[in-house]
Design a protein around this ligand. Structure first.
Ligand SMILES: Nc1nc2c(c(=O)[nH]1)N[C@H]1C(S)=C(S)[C@@H](COP(=O)(O)OP(=O)(O)OC[C@H]3O[C@@H](n4cnc5c(=O)[nH]c(N)nc54)[C@H](O)[C@@H]3O)O[C@H]1N2
Ligand SMILES: Nc1nc2c(c(=O)[nH]1)N[C@H]1C(S)=C(S)[C@@H](COP(=O)(O)OP(=O)(O)OC[C@H]3O[C@@H](n4cnc5c(=O)[nH]c(N)nc54)[C@H](O)[C@@H]3O)O[C@H]1N2
Ligand code: SF4
Ligand SMILES: [Mo]
Length: 913
């Protein structure tokens, strides 16, 4: 076996395998991966035991990467107006249209909108082209929707966007505050490291601050279900309280900080009365005191925060409120301490470094920092540098709507799903804006508005670097050949740069050359970043790059000496005036909408929905609400509802969930029109943004809930990917060997066989139908076989869930026994329930039964009995919850009868086609 860091030759001799060290393309944990290519092109993915982020671990998404590498749906050729063209023609056209816009309307009439999912090399070129040569600040990124508030908070406090912690700090802490982060689902490998650290050190305490009781709260010693958007009040109160109690590091404050007096004066306004603080935050006075005392008792404290803080109209202030607390106590720059903003995307951090955000220039240099700006311009030999910030994402799309942007290039992001107010954006989209979309996938919501499509190389084909949450720079290395005409993102941007007349500045041949240049810029700027001496970065050294955190070669940890990157070297306290979310619930819109992530899905589904394994955990979005609210509304679990906000409407089923507070709704951000035409959650989210960071408030829209009327509800399983677009509601998801469709139908249907038949492709062979009807119960079931092979199944009316059939569909051997089971929807006693363990395919009902039958009281015992939870561990929090609750009837799936209604053999009738 050929192992090692180097890019490998993807053509192997028979029987040979090769392994490449690369990095996971999903979350900001940045796990190291060993990708092995076997004979016949098979790919095996394993965690890299030597990578310091994961030491061999992977979560369910990382483990299933091999399933998402296929060519299905890939964009493989450049296209202009939907027609295939050559790279030369596509690039010439884009150059012409960008140049025309610049000539006629100025540099600020063009823009790039990029992503934390491109590599540092790609990002560097995009930024250099826009800010160094086109002469506009108009390059922004989806990190605006993600990290912008944390970035702004860091810059206000430290002078630079510097994350001072690494993962070992979490392990060494005595107290970990997890604020607005569902770590168990969104950064599962860090969560597992924390879990292991807590087991090894039982005195470690974990507090989770989140309106919902999430999977992450399973390890919490204290869960504080704060009211949506109120963290600023809580942290201001804590600041004043700790100060009052004398829990502060006066020497540190005096010698290493500015602004303490103002910040403490502002915080004291909120600390006079604990009862009003309790009202403001929705927490009990006793809980507030408990938290304060825990903080007072533990010197080694990490505050880890994510989108529950950032995605807010006061996200920057909240970030600073957290940092203020660490400055007060001097808990920064030392092991096991610090404010820790974790990044979402694999290269969110790298993008921030190069300057991918519109309000900074490059390499952590801000606009207006005149001497360093001059240094960057000189380094680039910029002919036409950007002289000020460009438009931030939400403003950028506003400018497009207002006709101010004439040419826009979108790369590695799907804004027509992920931006707030997607309906408004689509309806106002001007005809004359020229749009280029660079993506790996052909059909996305965003590619639908493109004039030009450019095929990008995908993860397994790309070479470059990414920086994870702990500032660790790792290599992504290609292990598959780039298909057809797909090209790396940096190549596409460099070609554009050359054609726009900047041949020398963009004459890069390899990612290594780009990285060397960037390392040189970083060295010249000489601030918090350091990638080492570019002279040491030969092609070979770049190839062999071992994961390393910046600043490279640092003698001590960041901020260890109390020196920060502000002009006077002191950190800044920021005086905060806490605010509630912009939208306030009223009688028309009485609920607050919280949006976020599912364990096994990634963003807008362009990747994870390709995997049957990953689609099993959550095949369909649900609006999770408290059972009390459902009761008030007269709704039952799984009822189909319409959610209406001032911005728009969506439709999806509800799920009763006691972990959601009364008055709140949680729904996933993931669904796009290709999988569900009515569930794009950003139709509901208004484009309200934080005044400092420009980050939108994705977690606090307001809405009302109404039932949807329809005549029939059911599901279909089909071999072919067919549409049910005329249904009131249709959600499709991948299963092994086909598709699962969940449907609501308003048409009056007499004959379900004809209804299904009319949707099937013509078939000349032997077509058999099985059918069953119970008119009284409104149950209809049909299945169709073509040449003896199962093609489709349709279940209408109340009855068994789709779980068992979805498992069996791809492999069902149609003997007499299974034919019967087919229309029963379950082999008797074998309904697995919704999937919990993705690695071993173990369902919730199986686990619950084993827990009950055998008294399994630990995840180890469940693992020993069923293997569940013994591979990637992503489901451990759910296993713990099942063990704890053993009263699983709270769970909606378990509330349905475990065995389907009786159906006698004679009910199943064979009908000739
Ligand atoms: N499985 C999965 N993992 C992912 C991703 C994915 O798509 N899928 N995406 C990656 C990316 S880009 C990102 S940015 C991260 C995001 O990672 P997280 O930030 O952990 O994920 P979210 O689910 O968006 O939101 C986190 C939590 O904030 C809570 N919250 C909402 N409002 C408030 C509030 O007012 N206060 C507090 N304290 N909490 C609140 C929500 O209930 C939610 O549990 O995940 C990364 N990892
Ligand atoms: N309501 C609500 N909205 C949200 C959020 C939320 O919590 N709630 N979260 C926000 C956050 S934190 C984020 S990060 C965004 C994410 O939102 P997006 O960035 O819009 O989501 P993705 O699905 O990751 O889109 C990435 C696109 O890039 C393509 N792609 C993948 N790899 C490559 C590559 O190497 N090159 C190129 N050219 N293309 C590639 C994929 O096919 C896909 O189309 O959503 C934001 N929107
Ligand atoms: S935790 Fe999972 S998604 Fe995140 S980098 Fe690791 S394997 Fe990938
Ligand atoms: Mo993100």
């Amino acid at each position: 076996m050929a192992a090692g860091g180097n890019k490998m030759d993807a053509t192997l001799r028979p029987g040979e395998t090769a392994t490449v060290k690369t990095t996971c393309p999903y979350c900001g944990v940045g796990c190291g991966i060993l990708a092995s290519l076997g004979p016949g092109g098979s790919v095996t993915i394993k965690g890299d035991p030597d990578h310091p982020a994961n030491f061999g671990r992977l979560c369910s998404k990382g483990s299933a990467l091999a399933e998402t590498l296929g060519m299905e749906g890939r964009l493989l050729h450049p296209e202009v107006s939907g027609r295939r063209t050559t790279w030369d023609d596509a690039l010439d056209l884009v150059t012409k249209r960008f140049q025309e816009a610049i000539d006629d309307h100025g540099s600020d009439s063009v823009a790039f909108y990029v992503s934390g999912q491109i590599l540092t090399e790609d990002y560097y070129i995009a930024n250099k082209l826009m800010k160094g040569f086109i002469g506009s600040g108009n390059i922004d990124t989806n990190s605006r929707l993600c990290m912008a508030s944390a970035v702004a908070a860091h810059k206000r406090a430290f002078g630079t966007d510097t994350v001072p912690c690494d993962y070992t700090d979490l392990e060494e802490a005595e107290l970990v505050l997890i604020v607005g982060s569902n770590l168990a689902w969104c950064h599962p490998v860090i969560y597992q490291r924390l879990l292991a650290a807590k087991s090894a050190n039982p005195s470690m305490q974990v507090v989770v601050i989140d309106p919902r009781r999430t999977a992450t709260t399973e390890i919490a010693d204290l869960h504080l279900p704060i009211l949506p958007g109120r963290d600023g009040f809580l942290f201001s109160w804590l600041l004043a309280e700790l100060d009052r109690k004398g829990c502060k590091d006066t020497t540190f404050i005096d010698q290493h900080t500015d602004g303490f007096d103002d910040a403490i004066a502002a915080a004291r306004c909120y600390a006079e009365n604990i009862d009003s603080m309790a009202d403001e935050t929705g927490l009990e006075p006793a809980q507030l005191i408990q938290l304060r005392d825990m903080i007072m008792a533990s010197e080694r404290m990490v505050t880890l925060f994510s989108q529950g803080i950032n995605q807010s109209t006061s996200g920057t202030d909240k970030g600073n409120a957290i940092i203020n607390l660490h400055l007060l106590t001097g808990r920064i720059g030392k092991p096991g301490m610090g404010p820790f903003s974790i990044t979402g995307q694999p290269n969110a951090m790298g993008g921030r470094e190069v300057g991918g955000l519109a309000n900074q220039l490059a390499a952590h240099v801000d606009f207006g920092d005149v001497s360093r700006e001059a240094l960057v311009h000189a380094f680039w030999s910029s002919k036409k540098p950007a002289m000020g910030p460009g438009l931030k994402a939400v403003d950028l799309f506003e400018a497009v709507r207002a006709g101010k942007i004439k040419a826009l290039l979108i790369m590695a992001t799907n804004p027509l799903v992920s931006l707030p107010d997607v309906d408004g954006i689509k309806s106002d989209w001007p005809d004359d804006v020229f749009v280029v979309v660079v993506d790996c996938i052909r059909d996305t919501a965003t590619s639908a508005i493109a004039d030009v499509l450019m095929p990008a190389a995908a993860w397994a084909e790309k070479d470059g670097t990414v920086t994870n949450s702990e500032r660790r720079v790792s290599r992504q290395r290609s292990f598959l050949p780039t298909p057809d005409e797909a090209r790396p993102d940096w190549w596409i941007l460099a070609e554009l740069g050359k054609r726009l007349g900047h041949r020398a500045a963009f004459a890069f041949e390899t990612p290594a050359e780009i990285f060397r240049e960037y390392a040189g810029l970083v060295r010249a700027v000489d601030r918090d970043l350091d990638y080492g001496d570019p002279a040491d970065l030969s092609d070979g050294a770049y190839d062999a790059w071992e994961p390393a955190a910046w600043p490279l070669n640092a003698k001590d940890r960041l901020f260890a000496d109390g020196t920060f990157f502000t002009d006077n070297g002191k950190a800044r306290f920021i005086a905060i005036e806490p605010r509630s979310p912009k939208a306030v619930p009223d009688w028309r819109y009485p609920f607050v909408l919280n949006t976020g992530r599912y364990r096994d899905h990634w963003h807008t589904l362009t990747r994870t929905a390709r995997s049957a394994t990953l689609s099993r955990h959550r095949a369909e979005p649900t609006a999770d609400i408290n059972p009390e609210d459902a009761d008030t509304l007269g709704l039952e679990d799984n009822d189909l509802v319409r959610l209406t906000s001032p911005s728009g409407q969506v439709m999806m089923p509800i799920a009763l969930d006691g972990s959601i507070p009364v008055g709140q709704v949680f729904a996933p951000m993931h669904w796009n029109g290709a999988y569900n035409k009515t569930a794009e959650i950003n139709r509901l989210v208004a484009p309200a943004t934080d005044p400092v960071s420009g980050q939108p408030e994705s977690k606090a829209a307001v809405l009302r809930i109404e039932p949807v009327s329809f005549r029939h509800r059911g599901f279909a399983l089909t071999r072919a990917d067919m549409g049910f677009t005329d249904c009131v509601y249709a959600n499709r998801s991948r299963i092994k060997g086909g598709w699962l469709h969940r449907l609501a139908i308003d048409a009056e249907v007499q004959d379900w066989q004809s209804w299904l038949a009319s949707r099937l492709d013509a078939f000349n062979g032997d077509r058999h139908w099985l059918s069953f009807a119970d008119e009284a119960k409104g149950q209809y079931r049909v299945a169709v076989l073509e040449n003896g092979e199962l093609q489709a199944v349709l279940f209408i009316g109340k009855g068994p869930t789709a779980d068992w059939l979805s498992e069996q569909f791809g492999t069902l051997e149609l003997d007499d026994h299974t034919r019967k089971a087919l229309l029963l929807g379950a082999a008797p006693g074998a309904d697995p329930g919704p999937l919990v363990c993705a690695c071993f395919g173990v369902g919730q009902k199986i686990i619950a039964k084993a827990i009950d039958d055998h008294g399994l009281c630990s995840t180890d015992l469940v693992g020993a009995a069923l293997k569940a939870g013994t591979n990637c561990g992503s489901c451990l929090p759910e296993l713990r919850r099942l063990i704890k609750s053993a009263a699983i009837c709270q769970n909606r799936a378990a509330c349905q009868p475990a065995t389907p209604p009786a159906l006698s053999e004679t009910d199943v009738i064979d009908v000739e086609a």
